[in-house]
Design a protein around this ligand. Structure first.
Ligand SMILES: *Cc1c(COP(=O)(O)O)cnc(C)c1O
Length: 359
């Protein structure tokens, strides 16, 4: 019998705090504006809601483990073969699948920092080591990332646009970077916010797949498609890579309602992307208003803005909360604020205007 008085867990669990989701707050006036998780401010389209209701009638059955209809719909929408697609429980789930496929005790996983807060968590859980390369001017430093590649680097995340700063890497620098990555190392281009990109120099990752078998493009239904609550995302890559990743799929982890909603969302892509256009206009209005008010805001191609508040970050988040606006603070660094409805954005701008920020 061991002397331990509690169950033994992997030591890695002691080294990090669990993922903290954005929280909703309520002002004394009963107002609540959730701008902390980069969600779509819109509810489902009627056609998507109908598909959800229909699928809900059959939940005594297991989902299609191969997600056949969804995989075919994704392939048709993006002009690739179904063999190039792997779906998962959100793109976070797909990221976990990717790490399952490559992580070994000596493996290094490389990514910029600060970037998506799920990366360090998933890497630590996988048993691999994180190698973080600091942002420069709030953007990926791809040259430094290429320099940081070692013989143990198994996977590189490139988050484009970057969460939480909204900055992008453009075609030429991305291609130069990809040319420097060894063929046995995967590059995961996380394009969770692709639909919000308007800068013509930011290449659609799908266009880079040709001739690059170590590249995979990660997409999600959680943001522009408005299905964050249903948890479905996917990758597109070369058939051998997608096939390897599919082996790591936790059986049935994309549920039948999510599969049906994904198919219906692709069928309604035109309508959904019109809504995205509204968010893009609001993004440009919000950033413009902040700049006019004297704030420094990096150019953003996503559905959020980044304020590097440093030591005043927590104070700023508290000022927002007092008005019912929840943002995503990274204490000591800055705050990420999602673009919501015009009314929500105005509530945020009013707090920003009242907050001492110049000089
Ligand atoms: C929101 C986000 C995702 C989406 O995650 P899901 O699991 O698909 O909801 C993926 N990557 C980044 C960088 C994100 O910000």
């Amino acid at each position: 019998m061991s002397e331990a008085t509690t169950p033994r867990f992997r030591s890695v669990l002691d080294r990090f705090a669990a993922y903290k989701p954005g929280r909703a707050v309520m002002s004394p006036a009963g107002r609540s504006f959730k701008l902390s998780s980069n969600e779509s401010p819109h509810g489902p389209l009627p056609s998507v809601q109908e598909a959800i209701n229909e699928a809900a009638r059959n939940i005594n059955r297991y989902p299609d483990n191969n997600a056949t209809a969804l995989t075919e719909a994704i392939a048709a929408e993006f002009g690739v073969a179904p063999e190039q697609v792997a779906v998962g429980c959100g793109s976070v789930g797909v990221s976990q699948m990717l790490l399952e496929a490559v992580a070994e005790p000596d493996a290094e996983i490389l990514y910029a920092w600060r970037s998506f807060e799920a990366y360090p968590l998933l890497v630590a859980l996988s048993g691999a080591a994180s190698v973080q390369v600091p942002l420069v001017d709030e953007a990926h430093d791809l040259a430094a990332m290429a320099d940081a590649i070692t013989a143990n680097t198994r996977l590189i995340f490139v988050c484009n646009p970057n969460n939480p700063t909204g900055t992008v890497v453009r075609r030429a620098e991305l291609e130069a970077f990809l040319d420097r990555v060894p063929a046995d190392c995967l590059v995961v281009l996380d394009e969770a916010y692709r639909e919000y990109v308007r800068d013509a120099d930011v290449v659609n990752g799908l266009e880079l797949l040709e001739g690059r078998p170590n590249l995979v493009v990660l997409r999600t239904f959680s943001k522009a498609y408005g299905l964050a609550g249903l948890r479905v995302g996917f990758l597109v890559g070369h058939p051998e890579v997608a096939g390897a990743i599919r082996k790591t799929y936790l059986p049935f982890s994309v549920n039948s309602i999510a599969q049906a909603a994904g198919v219906a969302s692709l069928a309604a892509a035109g309508e959904l992307l019109e809504r995205v256009e509204g968010t893009v206009k609001e993004r440009d209005r919000v950033r413009g208003a902040l700049l006019a008010d004297g704030w420094t805001v990096p150019p953003t191609e996503a559905n959020f803005v980044w304020l590097r508040l440093g030591e005043r970050t927590a104070q700023f988040a508290a000022a927002c909360e007092a008005e019912g606006v929840s943002v995503r603070p990274f204490p000591g660094e800055g705050a990420r604020v999602s673009i919501g409805t015009p009314e929500e954005n105005d509530a945020f701008l009013a707090v920003a205007q009242a907050f001492p920020h110049r000089g």
